[in-house]
Design a protein around this ligand. Structure first.
Ligand code: ZN
Length: 494
């Protein structure tokens, strides 16, 4: 019933893209932030965006009427379209999201064995619902730095083992009769996955952990083979097509749920997946920007920009997090260049940056708490977002979310035009509240900001649930934002 009702409300033209199916492919090919950025780059390149490099001068390389992207650490990405009428000091319409999710990460020295099991030491990243990781079939993915002997350079390669390799087993109920009343565990000693049997599969790697070092060789850190199970390194080497595991210099590997993301529900109204927080917003921003990239771009006076950052789940303070200088630096470059194909710099560059910042707007997009039918008393009685009911505007008097009335007026105007239903959310006064990259970037840059996002259940579980219909609604809203912001901006000044 709800679905029919909502379908009636949203009378926007149906897109030729099957967003839920595309999103599921995106999720399944994006187990880590490195894969997210890789997939976003590919999508942007397919739509005519060119790559820029922070290590190089952009003089003469950034032109009006053109599309670009730039990455940092290969785990954060900023993409933008420069309008045909762009002038430094004009507004920038920004959507923002994060590429990371709570996850278990393989420790620098991961090799463990106990009771004849090979085990792998893992570190908790972010605030996951860790009990949801028990009994899931876990695989491994990440990036590996390889010593490429042919070029003499260290190169980075993506790895995704795509096999169920690990398990964090629960204890049988016979040995813990109270488990259904209370499930408690020690994150250091009991959230430790098993990876095989020492006798059968890892006898060599578990027991013979010394490499053949010549006496003259000195290693500042123990070799990779001493630190990790050799059988694991062999699988990684095979996946990235290198012959010798000693070519692996280091890596960042994380565990992920091997069960693929899928549609669910009686009418495919749900998406069942890990990492909905916040690949949902990466996906919607990416589609909205590429779809809006050419619309009236000749007449566009502003810049249309998306920014997806790593490390939100741990507070955003890193070289590539939302609290870094990544976005401010890109904005400074864009407002200091003439963008007319010459290598001229605006003499008033810094002033233009300040003007542009004051005229810009940041749609900080992160998933929201959809109403849970079995725990509805945990929600504020009049603010219960429905899955499938459209993007949720997040409001918090204590500034955990950045939405205020001018922002709300702006997004309402956009949503009215795009025929996208919006939902409102505040937490109950007796409930804790999360936060987003919105307050971080707003306080850093002074840019007007609004927090919104699509509703999900079980946020931070290994398997979350989202609404299929919400994807297209958010894409339509963001597309309208990119297309209309510079025109609307002049009418809402506070
Ligand atoms: Zn999030």
């Amino acid at each position: 019933m709800l679905k029919l009702h909502l379908r009636k409300i949203s009378t926007m033209p149906t897109s030729s893209v099957n967003y839920p199916q595309e999103f599921i492919q995106f999720l399944n090919s994006s187990p880590t932030p490195y894969h997210v950025v890789h997939n976003m780059k590919k999508h942007l390149q397919d739509h005519g965006f060119q790559e820029l490099d922070e290590r190089e001068s952009w003089h003469g390389n950034v032109k009006k009427n053109s599309k670009y992207f730039v990455t940092r650490n290969n785990s954060s990405i900023i993409a933008f379209v420069v309008g045909g009428q762009w002038a430094p000091g004009n507004p920038i319409a920004i959507t923002g999201a994060h590429t990371d999710s709570p996850v278990l990460k393989i420790k620098p020295i991961s090799k463990r064995s106990s009771e004849q099991y090979a085990q792998i030491g893992v570190e908790c990243y972010g605030g996951g619902i860790w009990h949801s990781w028990f009994d899931a079939d876990l695989s491994i993915a990440g990036r590996v730095l390889v010593n490429d002997k042919a070029s003499g350079k260290i190169i980075s390669k993506l790895v995704d083992l795509k096999k169920p390799l690990l398990k964090i087993p629960t204890l049988a109920i016979h040995l813990d009769r109270d488990v259904n009343q209370k499930f408690e565990f020690n994150k250091e000693t009991q959230l430790l996955p098993i990876a095989g049997l020492v006798k059968k599969s890892t006898s060599q790697s578990c027991c013979a952990d010394k490499t053949d070092l010549k006496e003259s060789e000195f290693l500042s850190v123990k070799s990779i083979i001493e630190r990790h199970h050799k059988d694991l390194l062999d699988l990684v080497a095979k996946d990235i097509s290198i012959k010798d595991v000693t070519e692996i210099e280091d890596f960042e590997l994380i565990l992920y749920d091997h069960k693929p993301s899928c549609l669910g529900g009686l009418h495919d109204e749900f998406i069942f997946s890990g990492r909905l927080d916040n690949l949902t917003s990466c996906f919607t921003s990416m589609h909205a920007l590429t779809e809006a990239a050419d619309t009236n771009i000749q007449d566009e006076t502003g810049i249309r920009l998306l920014a997806c950052f790593d490390h939100e789940e741990v507070g955003s303070s890193s070289a590539q997090g939302a609290d870094s200088n990544f976005l401010p630096n890109i904005m400074e470059r864009l407002t200091s260049l003439k963008c007319d194909g010459t290598d001229k710099t605006n003499p008033l560059g810094r002033n233009y940056l300040l003007e542009s910042s004051a005229k810009s707007f940041f749609m900080s997009s992160d998933v929201a708490h959809g109403i849970h039918p079995n725990y509805s008393s945990k929600y504020e009685s009049q603010h219960k977002p429905q899955l499938g009911g459209g993007p949720v505007i997040k409001i918090n008097a204590n500034q955990r979310y950045m939405t205020n009335s001018p922002g709300l007026v702006l997004v309402k105007k956009l949503a009215d035009e795009a025929k996208v239903p919006l939902q409102l959310f505040v937490v109950a006064n007796n409930s804790p509240c999360g936060s987003t990259i919105g307050p971080i970037l707003a306080s850093k840059t002074g840019i007007r900001t609004l927090d919104l996002g699509n509703p999900v259940l079980s946020m931070h579980s290994i398997r979350e649930t989202g609404g299929s219909d919400d994807l297209e609604l958010q894409i339509n809203l963001f597309r309208k934002f990119f297309e209309k912001y510079s025109e609307l901006e002049q009418n809402i000044i506070v």
